[in-house]
Design a protein around this ligand. Structure first.
Ligand SMILES: [Mg+2]
Length: 313
């Protein structure tokens, strides 16, 4: 097993917490190799170099790190199993696959090496992959402003700035090659394979991570006050009840714009560059480590409707 670590995750807290993790892994006699990233994109490169020698690759870091390891796994044909050792601020990817929890639970997961298969978002024919949430619009604009600034204070500052500077833009959304075509002014389009993004914001509350479908939330032409009120409801997912929010399900989404302005897009807060972008749901293509049934039951995650198996029971 290989563990790819990002020392800068959570403003450097990941690096500080690492000795405790190493001790826990060594205490159970786990055999693993460690490599630290040196900058953005490095985890993709390390993953691609490592897939031939490792059946399991773990990402130790935040959502950006996990996104990069996943992209490396995707770009080499999804042969390797992904493990998550969440060490970021939001840990939204880990939440979406229910891999959060105590260090003991994570160690148990690495020892047992039980796996499950989940869907993965393929972006622009494999330029990037994402297991959580991608999007275009205000949230991507805020993510770009925040880039490289690690404090929570600056995030909230730029979020507020975004509310007053980013206005709904002309967007065209094509779901499943013409099955649904939307042509509207939109504040944001959120594409949910997983449920959460942006530090615990439940933007796709009904997303099921292995149903072969992506949940597409389209926020319409909101005024500034509406934008503020709606954004407050992002945290628990109740924003989808707002009359200017529509939710669709599909297998493929193409988002374009006729605006002369640059409309930014993101995958789990990592910038994808401006529109257009294509997002395709690859059903059950990604193998991930899973917590044992005992842990899932203890945490109540066996009843969470995030996996299709739980919907049936
Ligand atoms: Mg789904």
């Amino acid at each position: 097993m290989k563990i790819i670590c990002n020392p800068t995750s959570f403003g450097g807290k990941a690096r500080k917490a690492w000795p405790k993790v190493v001790k826990a892994l060594k205490d159970v006699g786990l055999d693993f190799e460690v490599e630290w990233t040196k900058g953005p994109g490095d985890a993709i490169r390390i993953t691609k170099d490592s897939v031939k020698d490792h059946e399991v690759i773990c990402a130790y870091g935040g959502d950006g790190t996990i996104n990069e390891v996943l992209t490396g796994i995707g770009q080499t044909g999804f042969k390797t199993t992904l493990g998550i050792l969440p060490a970021g601020r939001g840990n939204d990817n880990a939440f979406s696959v229910r891999q959060t929890g105590k260090l003991d639970d994570l160690v148990d997961m690495l020892v047992q090496q039980e796996t499950r298969s989940i869907d993965c978002l393929e972006i622009d024919d494999g330029a990037r992959y994402c297991l959580g949430v991608a999007g275009a619009g205000i949230d991507a604009a805020v993510a770009e402003m925040v880039l490289g600034k690690s404090s929570r204070l600056s995030y909230n500052f730029y979020l507020l700035k975004g509310f007053f500077t980013y206005r709904p833009q002309p967007i065209k959304i094509d779901i499943d090659d013409g099955r649904i075509i939307l042509d509207l002014k939109s504040l944001s389009v959120l594409i949910g394979n997983g449920q959460r993004v942006g530090n615990k914001k439940m933007v796709a509350p009904n997303a099921v991570i292995d149903d072969g479908l992506i949940d597409i939330s389209v926020l319409g032409n909101t005024r500034i006050l509406e934008t503020l009120i709606t954004s407050l409801k992002l945290a628990d997912g109740t924003y989808i009840e707002h009359p200017k929010v529509e939710v669709y399900r599909g297998k493929k989404v193409v988002i374009t714009t006729t605006s002369k302005k640059i409309i930014p897009a993101h995958a789990m807060g990592e910038t994808l560059g401006p529109l257009p972008h294509t997002f395709v749901c690859l059903p059950k293509v990604l193998k991930i480590l899973r917590m044992s049934d005992t842990i899932l039951k203890r945490e109540g995650w066996d009843k969470a409707n995030v996996f299709s198996a739980n919907l049936e029971s």
